[in-house]
Design a protein around this ligand. Sequence first.
Ligand code: ATP
Length: 314
Amino acid sequence: MSAIEIRNVKKRYKELQALKGVNLSVEPGEFFGLLGPNGAGKTTLISILAGLARADEGHILVQGHDVVDDFQAARRSLGVVPQELVFDPFFTVRETLRIQSGYYGLRRNDDWIDEVMANLDLTEKADVNTRALSGGMKRRVLVAQALVHKPPVIVLDEPTAGVDVELRQGLWKFISRLNREGHTIVLTTHYLEEAEQLCTRIGMLRRGEIVALDRTADLLKRFSVMQLSLRLSSGVLPADLRALETESQPEQSAQRGAAREHVLRLNSYDEVEPLLAQCRAAGCTFDEIEIRKADLEDVFVQIMHEPGMVEGLA
Ligand code: ATP
């Protein structure tokens, strides 16, 4: 049984088809990254998963429970850290977490609440009213709220937006520990470095469609050619080398053609010397030359500019 099973989910907001038939399975114990540019449909999908919005078509099951027909069981299996900071401002942090426990029928939950607060560095704020917390602190409380019932499936929608380095590190340490203990994690983030480090598998959404789905290591391998960055002090990049430029959008390439900075895709170090020789023969001299392996951000940019689905392990 999958931890999350998403079957042909469609959602329309008036003229806008926000989700165009999404299919996706997340297996128990996975640390899965759901990535995509602004407006791709990530939050819409998570809202449907959390029972906060209804799909027009399709189904989502959490631990085998349909999020509509079997809402209570699905909700108990799930902890969602939403993007937006919404609180009842009249309660302290501890009260908020006790009330949240009560929603799940958990009465003696203080040991776990204390542990969650300690791990999220909230202990000092336990008796402070939530309205008096800073934005980053409020986000910690949202994470804590999602975890009070130790859900087997934890979904984090941009949990590190606007939080300081210390919380990020503390949060990932805690979430990684929960993952090692068997919890399934689904993360959306615009910090692709974070996704690359943490997620074992990644799905990329673009305009309501999954356009890439693969293990992180395989996505990186597939696209992870080298990148040669050149800053020319004189000369113009030979025309046939422009085809190697990373941007696939013609306007960008055209602008870059006249520019001094170029990033070229290579398959191996062996290609570096002939390429530089060709540039020199064309009269180019260099201010800067840098070679590096492509990272998830490069993969993301390439996929978002390429048409069609990148097949992987579904
Ligand atoms: P971000 O990275 O900015 O959070 P996202 O991938 O989470 O983006 P969604 O918030 O799911 O994207 O939005 C998908 C599309 O649906 C967007 O074009 C958005 O404007 C639209 N949308 C989302 N919610 C609503 C709503 N309640 N009413 C109308 N349109 C909506």
